[in-house]
Design a protein around this ligand. Structure first.
Ligand SMILES: [Zn+2]
Length: 273
C-alpha cells in the first residue's frame, strides 16, 4: 500500500505537470471508484483549474479553482499518473481526466479498493476519515510526538499504524523506523522513556525523508506520477527480511503478527523497554 513517501512522491510529480491546467473532461470508466454521484463529481471537477497538488496522510489532494478538493485514496494498489494528451485508457484505468495543455490524469487500480472524492474545502471536516486523521509526522516535532505516545499501553506498532494517532505510516515505515530506533514492535510506550520515544521520532522522520528522496518503495504496484518505480526497497533494513541476518548484529530477523500485520524485527537489537 502506498504510504506517506509514495503519495508525497506522486504529489510532487503531479504538481509539476498539472498545476495551472484546467480539467476539460472526466471519463468515469469504473463508477465503483466514486463515493458520490457521477454528476455531483463532474459539477465539482470539470472546467476547474488545478491550483495545487498536496498530500495529507496517504491522501493525494488536488486543490481546484473555487475552493474544491479532489482527493484520491490509493489504498492497496491505486496509482495516479500524469499521461500525455493522446493517452488511450486501458483495462487498469478507473478514471481519466483530460486537462488543458495536452495533459491527462489517469487513476488506475488493479485491486479496486481505492477511491476518489471531490468536495468543497468547507466540507472537508465533515468527511469522517479526514476529520480524524492524526498529525503529520514530518511537521509535528519530536516533543509533540513523545507527548502524544507517552503512557499508552497498546503496542507501539499498532499505534504507529493507527491513522488517528499519526498520519501516513503503514507497515513498511513502521517496521523500518522501529528497527532504526532499536524498539521492539510489541513494546508499549508506557514502558519507554521520553528519550526513547524521541529517538523513535528521529528514526521515523529520517526514514521517511530518505524514502521520499528515493521516490518511495516499489514492492507491489507503486509507481510515481511519471510511471517510474521508487528505489527505497533497496534500503530496507527490516521490512520483508524475515530469516535474513540483521544488518547491525547478524542475528536472523524474526517475524510475528502485531496489530494484525506481519512485523519483521531483530530479536537482539530491538528492545521492549
Ligand atoms: Zn540485530
Amino acid at each position: 500500500m502506498p504510504e506517506l513517501p509514495e503519495v508525497e512522491t506522486i504529489a510532487r510529480g503531479l504538481r509539476k505537470t498539472l498545476t495551472g491546467k484546467r480539467v476539460e473532461s472526466l471519463n468515469v470508466l469504473d463508477s465503483s471508484a466514486l463515493r458520490q454521484d457521477e454528476s455531483a463529481l463532474r459539477k465539482l471537477v470539470v472546467s476547474r483549474v488545478v491550483e495545487s497538488v498536496e498530500r495529507r496522510a496517504k491522501l493525494l489532494m488536488l486543490g481546484l479553482e473555487g475552493d474544491v478538493v479532489f482527493a484520491f485514496h490509493l489504498k492497496m494498489t491505486g496509482r495516479v499518473l500524469a499521461k500525455p494528451g493522446d493517452y488511450a485508457p486501458g483495462a487498469r484505468d478507473r478514471i481519466v481526466a483530460r486537462l488543458s495543455g495536452a495533459a491527462t490524469l489517469s487513476f488506475q487500480d488493479v485491486r479496486r479498493f481505492g477511491y476518489c472524492l471531490a468536495l468543497p474545502v468547507e466540507d472537508l471536516q465533515r468527511w469522517p476519515f479526514y476529520a480524524t486523521l492524526g498529525p503529520e509526522p514530518l511537521s509535528m516535532g519530536r516533543e509533540a510526538f513523545a507527548a502524544r505516545f507517552a503512557g499508552r499501553k497498546a503496542s507501539i506498532k499498532s499505534l504507529l499504524l493507527n491513522q488517528c494517532m499519526i498520519a501516513g505510516i503503514g507497515n513498511i515505515y513502521a517496521d523500518e523506523s522501529l528497527f532504526a530506533a532499536g524498539i521492539h514492535p510489541e513494546a508499549r510506550p508506557v514502558d519507554l522513556s521520553d528519550e526513547r520515544l524521541g529517538a523513535l521520532y528521529d528514526s521515523l522522520t529520517a526514514v521517511l525523508r530518505k524514502a521520499i528522496q528515493e521516490n518511495g518503495s516499489s514492492i507491489r504496484d507503486y509507481l510515481n506520477a511519471e510511471g517510474e518505480p521508487g528505489a527505497f526497497q533497496n534500503s530496507f533494513q527490516a521490512y520483508g527480511r524475515k530469516g535474513q541476518p540483521c544488518k547491525r548484529c547478524g542475528a536472523p530477523l524474526q517475524a510475528s503478527r502485531v496489530a494484525g500485520r506481519t512485523s519483521t524485527y531483530c530479536p537482539a537489537c530491538q528492545r521492549r523497554r
